[in-house]
Design a protein around this ligand. Structure first.
Ligand code: SF4
Length: 251
């Protein structure tokens, strides 16, 4: 049983050795593991992952969505093994999938490789300018939106919104500052600063990714937002804002 998650190539219907089936069926000795949609030989099927796996992609979409990842030993962080190919066909497919992202998230196996978020991350990586209108729509979602039927995992839209804001800044640079300015103030000041606990700060990922987005902005307003983030209650956000400001000062 893979400890890095069951959304691995060893249980994927796109693995040639699975003969179109998803799940933990026994695979005959000597079968070659090969991804049929990404066309590569899988060396370690139970430790290799991507968002096209059926846990994330029940519609069997065959366009590569995001990179292929591998996980190492505990804490099983996933790192990129193969980047997505970059073709016009892939970009168009991702843009179509971006349009389908709804404010209320569907039920999905919890893992670091969720479908909608990989769509956004890949378009951000491509710096795809045709994505901006949809990214603005997604950035305006209610981050707390969640489906009542999604038990026990109860996904929300915090990370989706956070990534949409970072992607906008990566693509549009300072033109995204309207979104970043709102995001960087989300959840602040804490209701009770004296008993603030970082791990309970629901909106910290949005502020964090907004600060990441500021790496791509150069105006005086962007600098002022970074300075504001230096007093964020979350230590990682403060540290990262300081790092970017330091970097800007060094240029
Ligand atoms: S790389 Fe992705 S689509 Fe291919 S077999 Fe592995 S999990 Fe399935």
């Amino acid at each position: 049983m893979p400890n890095g998650g069951s959304d691995c190539c060893g249980t994927c219907w796109f693995n040639e050795a699975k003969d179109g089936q998803a799940g933990f069926q026994k695979i005959a000795a000597g079968r070659i593991h090969r991804c049929l949609i990404r066309n590569f030989k899988i060396e370690n099927a139970f430790w290799t992952y991507c968002a096209n796996h059926p846990h994330h992609n029940r519609e069997r979409i065959e366009t590569p969505v995001g990179p292929v990842y591998v996980a190492g030993s505990y804490p099983y962080a996933r790192t990129v093994l193969h980047d997505s190919v970059d073709t016009e066909e892939v970009r168009r497919s991702l843009l179509g999938l971006l349009e389908k992202i709804a404010e209320t998230p569907a039920e999905e196996y919890p893992s670091p490789t969720t479908f909608d978020e990989e769509v956004i991350k890949q378009l951000m990586s491509f710096r795809e300018e045709r994505a901006t209108e949809q990214l603005r729509r997604i950035a305006a979602f209610d981050p707390n939106s969640s489906s009542a039927d999604d038990k026990p995992f109860g996904r929300d839209r915090v990370l989706t919104v956070a990534l949409a804001i970072e992607a906008l800044a990566t693509i549009e640079n300072d033109e995204a500052l309207d979104k970043i300015e709102k995001a960087i103030a989300l959840g602040l000041p804490p209701l009770d600063p004296a008993s603030y606990i970082e791990s309970e700060d629901t909106f910290a990922p949005i502020r964090y990714h907004a600060v990441l987005g500021l790496k791509h902005c150069t105006s005086a307003k962007a600098k002022a937002l970074l300075e504001r983030a230096m007093s964020d209650p979350h230590s990682e956000i403060r540290a990262f804002a300081g790092e970017i400001l330091g970097r800007a000062a060094d240029v």
